[in-house]
Ligand binder design. Structure first.
Ligand code: NAP
Length: 197
């Protein structure tokens, strides 16, 4: 099992959401997320899942973390409710963590055995949408864990005020094809044109 955390946070304060919303609109960031995760297995918290348009993301298997075993997903063939992260033990393949904050925190700070192997760290440099009301949701403990336990293995990629870099858990050896897929998705290249350094 390889676990990849993917987030976009606001510079300095690490905010990823206000209420249920992502407080910026950068279409290239959504496109990068789609390239990273299309055809892949995703883990999303119930609130983040509820925020997906029509509660789905096409061409992805979604594991919805919810404490409610009776939670009804929109597409039972492709979406699955998981009430305990230990259900991922023994999972074969790559799992992409799509948030929200409680899910990043569970994996990055609470459950050592599920610490992601890779973090795709995108940092939005602009201003937060001032019209949004609600709780400011931040992932500061996850960012601190990233700085402490991971090393940066890519350059900074800048696009539309978002700087993205890739971090690998210290001491981890990762299937190069996963890294190649991630770098290709960030660089927007086909699968055979990686620039792994
Ligand atoms: N910028 C980004 O990259 C990004 C990405 C994703 C989300 N977001 C933002 O993040 C915010 C949502 O984050 P959030 O923390 O409020 O919600 P969330 O993580 O999406 O979902 C929280 C829910 O997940 C369930 N859950 C959490 N941990 C669990 C566990 N260990 N086992 C089983 N179920 C578990 C709980 O469901 P119950 O209700 O059953 O208790 C909880 O209410 C929104 O603002 C969203 O826009 C930002």
């Amino acid at each position: 099992m390889t676990i990849v955390a993917v987030w976009c946070r606001h510079k300095d304060d690490n905010i990823i959401g206000i209420g249920p919303h992502i407080p910026w609109r950068v279409s290239s960031d959504f496109k990068r997320f789609r390239r990273l995760t299309e055809g892949q297995n995703l883990i999303a918290g119930e609130k983040t899942y509820e925020s997906f348009p029509n509660r789905t993301l096409p061409n992805r298997k979604i594991y919805v973390l919810s404490f409610n075993p009776k939670y009804e997903v929109s597409d039972p063939e492709n979406h699955f409710v998981v009430t305990d992260i230990n259900e991922f033990s023994g999972f074969e393949g790559v799992l992409y963590l799509a948030g929200g904050a409680s899910i990043y925190k569970t994996f990055m700070t609470d459950c050592e055995g599920f610490l992601p192997d890779i973090v795709v760290d995108s940092v939005y440099q602009g201003e937060l949408n001032p019209e949004l009301k609600g709780n400011h949701v931040d992932i500061t403990p996850c960012v601190e864990a990233m700085y402490e336990k991971y090393r940066k293995i890519s350059k900074d990629y800048e696009e539309d005020n978002v700087i993205t870099s890739v971090w690998l858990k210290k001491g981890d050896f990762i299937d190069q094809s996963v890294i190649r897929h991630i770098l290709n998705a960030i660089e927007n290249k086909g699968e055979n044109n990686a620039t792994v350094s």
